[in-house]
Design a protein around this ligand. Structure first.
Ligand code: BGC
Length: 824
């Protein structure tokens, strides 16, 4: 019987209310400016520019920054009497500079004159950053400014700024200065200020007719970055036109005569190319061509808006309106500005802090574990490209494993340009002022995240070609590494993994040990067992000829596969005496922290590691975690999968172990990473909906309200942003693509009335899904693709054919008629 609710979702109303698409600031607030710059960054997956005021230079209040995906440079620095080498995502030449002055007075800058009005608005739907302001200068002249900018989602090499200036009550000359600035450095993070930061050498700059251009090379990596811009003034006559330059800077000065009530509009259209582009045209020529050929601002904005419309159609996630909806839109906006279909044309990974700032030097960590599973069901082609970033660095990972005395592939904890380990050797504790050894490179589990994503991508896309060509090889080499790292303990008949770190960065060594590293981190061991198991599955999935070819190429013998099987069945998992899964061997012997005492003394104790170190103590002594570690297992694998995996390892995971383990670590975690709230929201989703909802809200707040106190200004937290999207997409819907069946099992938290989305699954685009507490509605658009197989929870599997709808409710299943051609 039809249930009457088969149509997926309330599209176009709640998620569509204007407030859900705008981030608005009604006043200029210098103390918040850097945070707003990060949150108002515009980008297109090829490059991004912080939302800094065009007239601003880097200083206490402002920090303009432009970052190009995959554009890194390495420099040596002297720290604490030693030389360290760091690789940075390069702050590229600034294309924004534009200011003006009246009658040869001082140049306009927000702090310089009293502002009468100020409003800044980020338009998420259309990808525009807008600013309106009025000010009065010392001579009583009132001037209004209206600005819009975009970083084109249509043409990834183009950005544009349109400025309209109005003389409200004065007449006289107005001189506009529009420039390109290569004098920038990497100075966005206070903690790194003692380090070398001058990554650019200006190669050349010049002016040709309407165009200005500038090229700069990075110091060590020798990447050429070329910018060109075209400045156009609307109809009125330019009385003076001059070009001024100095090393690293070139600007056009345009003077016009103004009368009261008159406006002038200046359009700056910019082309940006680098020698990293896969193009036969040299970057300087390409940048000039882009700037010359790009249409006017209005046309650019139309094309850019259409490109965003297409992205929103594929990415949009309707959580039912309200403030959560706006933050969800904001998060999706920034995820897609960092990794978009344009990223597919670039050799770049998933930078943990987006292309929005310089924290963590633009490096690529394991955070893609929180990003790619969401994108798999939306933009599979982007996921494939991002996985290829890892595939291309397989030789470097093999070399690293070999140098460490192992086989297979050992991926670096922090990755940049060429796949070598980029984790710094020393890090600064700003609280104590001490530079300390940084052992976080021992987080070898990063490879497990790559394996997990390869598998996840295959499960959702069904793309066998990627698996045959590259995915299987990468996953097998990662598995090989773990099989080689594990050492056999005769007395227990178990394999151990020693000397590593888990995701919880508070523990990098045993108290009083003279060497870093911990033994048998549960997350690492269990996910290594999972990877070894999947490696065998992956081989089975390959057509026999491809399998034989790959095995031959990798010299993967039967003996080695037998070792995969053996290690995968006998890796050790340590439990506390009462059955809680131990984060690592010996965790149970650590001291309990006086949480209340520390909260009382310090208030915010998210960064307990820094607090304890500054006290001359160490987090290594205590049962404290920065973020979810053991609980990551419940984040990545379902209870059924875990039970099967533990069973294969010869351990019993009874019903109570999971909730008990969750409670245990929840009480001992300070959430010093924004990833932590995402994981906790996930693992509590089914057992404590209210607690899950609270963590979800906290994760939504992470960047918008800068909950870590100052970190967002240095770059958004991409993993947390994407993690919230995935909570809505997969966790609360119970969506699980597994073995060719798409399973759903919604459990919505109290604040979410329903969830609507459009997914890509196994070659079907536009699979619409609506879930609420009563069940799930699905609709598949017409296509020539074969039906998909769906199921509610563990219930029976049903085919859903293209052009049909399906309603799944507990205890009820009903298929409706064909969807009309006009259906979206
Ligand atoms: C977290 C890591 C994360 C890194 C980059 C750290 O604070 O502990 O898990 O990969 O930030 O986002």
């Amino acid at each position: 019987m039809p249930t009457g609710r088969a149509d997926p979702g309330p599209w176009g109303d709640r998620a569509g209310t204007e407030a859900a698409w705008r981030l608005v600031y009604g006043e200029f607030a210098p103390a918040e400016e850097r945070l707003r710059e990060a949150l108002c960054t515009l980008g297109n997956g090829y490059f991004a520019t912080r939302g800094a005021a065009p007239e601003a230079r880097a200083g206490r209040v402002h920090y303009p920054g432009t970052y190009i995906a995959g554009c890194y440079d390495r420099l040596p620095s002297r720290v604490s009497g030693r030389t360290v080498v760091n690789e940075d995502l390069v702050n590229a030449p600034n294309w924004l500079p534009l200011t003006f002055r009246v009658q040869d007075g001082p140049w306009f800058a927000p702090g310089r004159f009293p502002l009468l009005d100020y409003r800044q608005e980020l338009d998420l739907r259309r990808g525009l950053l807008c600013r309106w302001l009025r000010y009065r200068d010392d001579a009583g002249r009132v001037t209004a400014v209206d600005q819009q900018r975009l970083v084109s989602m249509d043409d990834p090499h183009v950005a544009a700024l349109r400025t309209t200036i109005r003389a409200e009550n004065w007449s006289g000359s107005l001189e506009v200065r529009s420039g390109l600035d290569a004098r920038v450095r990497n100075r966005g993070v206070a903690r790194y200020r003692g380090l070398a930061n001058r990554h650019l050498v200006t190669e050349a700059a010049g002016a040709d007719g309407e165009l200005l251009w500038l090229t700069a090379d990075t110091v060590t990596s020798a990447v050429r970055i070329a910018l060109a811009c075209r400045n156009a003034v609307d109809a009125r006559e330019v009385t003076r036109r001059e070009t001024r330059d100095e090393p690293g800077w070139i600007a056009r000065h345009l003077t016009v005569a103004m009368s009261p009530g008159e406006t002038v509009t200046v359009e700056k259209v910019v082309g940006l190319h680098t020698s990293l582009d896969s193009s036969a045209v040299p970057p300087a020529a390409a940048a000039r061509r882009s700037a010359e050929r790009a249409p006017c601002f209005a046309e650019l904005r139309t094309r850019h808006g259409r490109a965003w419309e297409r992205l929103w159609r594929r990415g949009r996630l309707d959580v039912g309106g309200g403030p959560a909806q706006r933050t969800i839109n904001l998060h999706l906006f920034h995820v897609l500005q960092t990794v978009s279909p344009h990223t597919a044309g670039v050799d770049a990974g998933v930078p943990a802090r987006g292309l929005h700032g310089e924290a963590y030097r633009g490096h690529v960590f394991w955070d893609e574990l929180f990003v790619l599973p969401f994108l798999c069901l939306r933009f599979p082609e982007v996921v494939r490209a991002l996985l290829r970033y890892r595939v291309r660095r397989l030789p470097a990972a093999r070399r690293a494993a070999r140098e460490a005395g192992h086989t297979g592939a050992m991926y670096p904890w922090q990755s940049g340009s060429d796949g070598r380990e980029e984790t710094q050797v020393l890090h600064l504790n700003p609280r104590s002022g001490r530079w300390l050894p940084d052992n976080s490179r021992l987080q070898r589990h990063v490879g497990l995240a790559i394996a997990y994503n390869i598998w996840q991508y295959h499960q959702t896309s069904g793309d066998l070609e990627f698996l045959c060509e590259q995915g299987a090889e990468t996953l097998l080499e990662i598995a090989r590494f773990w099989a080689s790292v594990a050492t056999y303990d005769r007395s227990s008949g178990r394999y151990d993994i020693r000397g590593v770190m888990g995701p919880d960065e508070y523990h990098d060594a045993y108290p009083d040990a003279d060497r870093p590293g911990l033994d048998n981190n549960a997350y690492t061991n269990v996910m290594a067992a999972w990877t070894l198991w999947r490696a065998l599955d992956v081989l089975d999935l390959l057509p026999s000829v491809r399998r034989a070819g790959l095995r031959e190429r990798l010299a993967l013998t039967d003996d080695e596969l037998a070792r995969f099987e053996d290690v995968g069945r006998r890796l050790r998992v340590v439990f506390h005496r009462d059955g809680i899964i131990s984060q690592f061997e010996g965790y149970e012997r650590l001291t309990e922290l006086d949480w209340e005492g520390y909260r009382r003394r310090y208030g915010d104790i998210r960064r307990l590691d820094r607090i304890l170190e500054a006290e001359g103590d160490t987090a290594n002594r205590y049962k404290v975690s920065k973020q979810a570690d053991v609980l990551m297992l419940f984040y990545l694998l379902t209870a059924d999968e875990l039970r099967a995996l533990f069973g294969r390892l010869g351990y019993r995971l009874d019903h109570e172990t999971i909730p008990r383990t969750v409670r245990y670590y929840l009480a001992r975690t300070s959430h010093g990473s924004t990833l932590s709230a995402v994981v906790h929201a996930w693992v509590l989703a089914r057992s404590d909906r209210l607690a899950s909802w609270r963590f979800f809200l906290e994760a939504l707040d992470s960047d918008l309200h800068d909950v870590q106190g100052g970190t967002t200004a240095e770059g958004i937290h991409l993993g947390a942003m994407a993690g919230t999207l995935d909570l809505a997409q997969r966790c609360y819907t119970g969506l699980e693509p597994r073995d060719g069946v798409l399973r759903v099992a919604p459990t919505l938290p109290p604040g979410l009335p329903g969830l609507a989305m459009e997914l890509e699954y196994r070659g079907h685009a536009g699979l619409r899904l609506f879930a609420d507490d009563t069940g799930v509605s699905l609709r598949l658009p017409l296509s020539t693709r074969p039906p998909i197989r769906v199921a509610l929870d563990d219930g029976p599997v049903t085919d859903l054919a293209a052009g049909r709808s399906l309603r799944l409710e507990p205890g009820r299943r009903d298929e409706r008629g064909r969807a009309g051609r006009g259906d979206r």
